[in-house]
Design a protein around this ligand. Structure first.
Ligand SMILES: [Zn+2]
Length: 297
């Protein structure tokens, strides 16, 4: 539950009263928008301002690849005016409830229907199926595409943000420029990414990096790690002269530490799936860019 209410005792009492009627969404007289995960939720909250109550299903710091909805989450989806989901199987366990809610008239907006979807190619030949990459959120310009498509969808349920969307789009373009500037210190030859799983493809395409490999091959942190693939990854790290392995939420620590020891590569935490404490998408992107620039400069 994430509401923009001053944390006074009165507001808490109001919220408790609103929730006690069995409703998943407090009836504050404004429309309700449910967003599945915090990073996208931060941007949606920026877009709607005080014109809708935004509820985020996943807790911050939860691995979205390892999440399934509770009965309460499904109730929230059913009672929402509009649900913003990622799509491309990020919320696999929510697909059936989303389809059922849609049939009952809830508007479901899937963010990845509105971006140029990156296809994963790295899995070719290693037993993993290729597929559409859900991790568009690491690319501020893909996020801008989502914002500009979401505004009319919100309008369709009576949440008019037509005056707010262009400014947010501009700030996301500014964020892209700032990210590019932060990364300018990384020489061409060091623009190589080894990550926990294949999460940084949109970022790599946008900012001129190359994906060398991932500890857990594939588009989810929940894939299996086979010994042969780890041997291939070690060989690629050594052949390409990779000096840093970026570990992420859901990356098996013992495996990444072992690869680091064997190859001499440093292991650096990449906050690619978690919103920073200040709840800001700009800070989220800034922390990723800074972590990469600092490690690879
Ligand atoms: Zn991921």
């Amino acid at each position: 539950m994430r509401l923009r209410i001053a944390p006074t005792i009165g507001a808490v009492a109001l919220l408790a009263a609103a929730c006690s009627g069995g409703g998943a969404t407090p009836d504050l007289g404004i429309p309700s928008v449910v967003v599945t995960y915090p990073i996208l939720g931060a941007v949606v909250a920026d877009l709607v301002g005080d014109r809708a109550a935004v509820t985020i299903l996943m807790g911050n710091g939860v691995d979205p690849h390892d999440w399934s909805p509770s009965a309460k989450d499904i109730e929230r989806v059913e009672k929402a005016d509009l649900v913003v989901a990622n799509g491309l199987n990020l919320e696999e366990g929510l697909e059936k409830p989303l389809a059922e809610a849609e049939m009952r008239g809830v508007v479901v907006f899937r963010a990845t229907d509105h971006v140029t979807v990156r296809q994963s190619g790295a899995e070719a030949g290693n037993g993993h199926e290729a597929g559409g990459d859900p991790h568009f959120w690491v690319d501020p310009l893909a996020m801008r595409d989502v914002v500009l498509a979401l505004a009319p969808a919100l309008g369709s349920v009576g949440i008019d943000v037509a005056d707010r969307a262009p400014a947010l789009g501009t700030s996301l373009a500014d964020l892209d420029a700032a990210t590019r500037a932060t990364l300018a210190v990384v020489p061409e030859a060091r623009r190589l990414l080894v990550t926990g799983h294949e999460s940084m493809g949109y970022f790599a395409n946008r900012y001129g990096f190359r994906l060398v490999g991932a500890v857990v091959p594939g588009l989810t942190s929940q894939g299996e790690v086979a010994a042969g693939q780890l041997a291939d990854l070690r060989a690629a790290i050594e052949a390409e002269g990779v000096t840093v392995i970026f570990t992420e939420i859901g990356t098996p620590a013992a495996v990444v530490e072992a690869i680091g020891r064997e190859t001499g590569a440093a292991v650096v935490e990449l906050p690619s799936h978690t919103l920073p404490a200040n709840g800001s998408y700009a800070t989220f992107i800034g922390q990723i860019a800074t972590a990469i620039a600092t490690a690879l400069r």
